[in-house]
Design a protein around this ligand. Structure first.
Ligand code: SF4
Length: 117
């Protein structure tokens, strides 16, 4: 049996989790709520992250729009996602929630996280 220690990053409480892994069986302790157990198992089987970053504006020199993925994407695809972000230019005006890149890497839309006039 393998024993893994980790911190839950789902809320500011930051519970210290202990995961006992036996093949595909997981026993999680130290979590204050069920989200911690779900996070621990996901982190060990298919880790995901919400990407938050900025995209340059094509028609506002030197300005950017805050963006994020519409849902968490595979952690292993974050660098590939950033290559797409860096090659993308958005066009203002933009409203929060506007899709900047549709279905990025087949995982999630990249959406505006702020308005830009
Ligand atoms: S286990 Fe629950 S309470 Fe603890 S850090 Fe995670 S989300 Fe927050």
């Amino acid at each position: 049996m393998e024993k893994i220690e980790m911190i839950c990053i789902n809320c500011p409480l930051g519970c210290s989790l202990t995961v006992e892994r036996n093949g595909e069986d997981f026993k999680v302790s130290g979590n204050t709520c069920p989200r911690g157990a779900k996070y621990a198992v996901e982190e060990l089987t298919h880790p995901v992250r919400t990407l938050t970053t900025t995209v340059a504006l094509a028609n506002r020199e030197g300005r950017y729009v805050n963006v994020k993925t519409s849902k968490p994407i595979s952690k292993e695809k974050l660098f590939e996602a950033m290559e797409i972000v860096n090659a993308t230019k958005a066009v203002a005006p933009i409203k929060i929630g506007d899709v900047i890149v549709e279905n990025m890497l087949g995982e999630a839309d990249l959406v505006a996280a702020a308005d830009v006039d």
